[in-house]
Write a protein that binds this ligand. Sequence first.
Ligand code: NDP
Length: 331
Amino acid sequence: MKESFQALWVTEQPDQTFRREITEREISSLPAGEVLIRVHYSSLNYKDALSASGNKGVTRNYPHTPGIDAAGKVADSQSPDFRPGDKVVVTGYGLGMDTSGGFAEYIRVPAEWVVPLPEGLSLRESMIYGTAGFTAALSVYQLQKHDIRPESGPVVVTGATGGVGSIAVAILGKSGYDVVAVTGKPEAESFLRRLGAGEVIGREEVDDQSGKAFLKPRFIGAVDTVGGNILATLLKSMHYGGVATCCGLVQSPKLNTTVFPFILKSVSLIGIDSVQCSRSVRQVIWNKLAGEWKLGQLEELATECTLEELPGKIELILEGKLKGRTLVRLS
Ligand code: NDP
């Protein structure tokens, strides 16, 4: 086995800026854990870009290797559950936040973080989904758990060309929902329609500035990935009994709402967390992604890059300019 490996390395500079470079690291420098994994693919999520830019809410200590997703083969295992050569996926928990992450040829993690690659998915496909796809699927799972069915009415998805949004549009479309995609990229309309959107609208249509407590009811379900005034607008635009999930903060972490949608229209707001989600739900979600929700458009969603090309992609995701999922190839 190799003693060193290539990794993205983020360092804090004396002027408090953060530098990203590719470096050679020692395997012995990886954190303790039962399972050492040779990473074949990782993927870029918004949170990785925050971690790679010195956001201390995501990563407290630098130097650091980000990457909240990894898929690869077990290289060494102290756990009876895994053997060398097993294909596995790791997303969430602490990976790439405060432990060394998937933007590297190797990771070492506790056995309970490791999910066997579900049958029906390749390592590459699992990382086209990655945390973004997992979060999208968890959002749809919650809508269904709260009885939002295809026949219930339109479901809106914000940040629709982003990682979470694009996969949410595709899963909902595949499942027969009437999907309204919200985007800041009018040129992406045909992409979103191909994924499964029946209607594509601009962000400004769901960024209400009127101050009204209610707007015309439009949606029975919502997968919100952006937060801020857009989420507040969606809550005012729900039909009676509507359900909105909330996973992100790309527009803003603030939510300025009244209680009226909740107490007068029985609207529900469901929080989505992919990081500490239980192992049993995690397995259910991965099985759905590999089975009934497996997308025919997976490759269309993916743009591949190498470790060397990753710093440029990090800049683009921070500017909201990436479309779909960015796959990082490490093998
Ligand atoms: P991406 O950067 O891939 O997508 C975000 C999308 O949001 C963009 O593509 C863009 O889509 C839209 N957007 C960008 N800027 C703005 C803005 N100022 N106002 C409104 N919309 C904007 O990110 P991800 O899809 O990976 O993640 C989305 C959010 O979900 C992030 O906040 C992330 O941290 C969070 N997240 C949370 C998880 C959890 O467990 N809770 C797990 C994974 C992600 P468009 O141009 O189409 O509008």
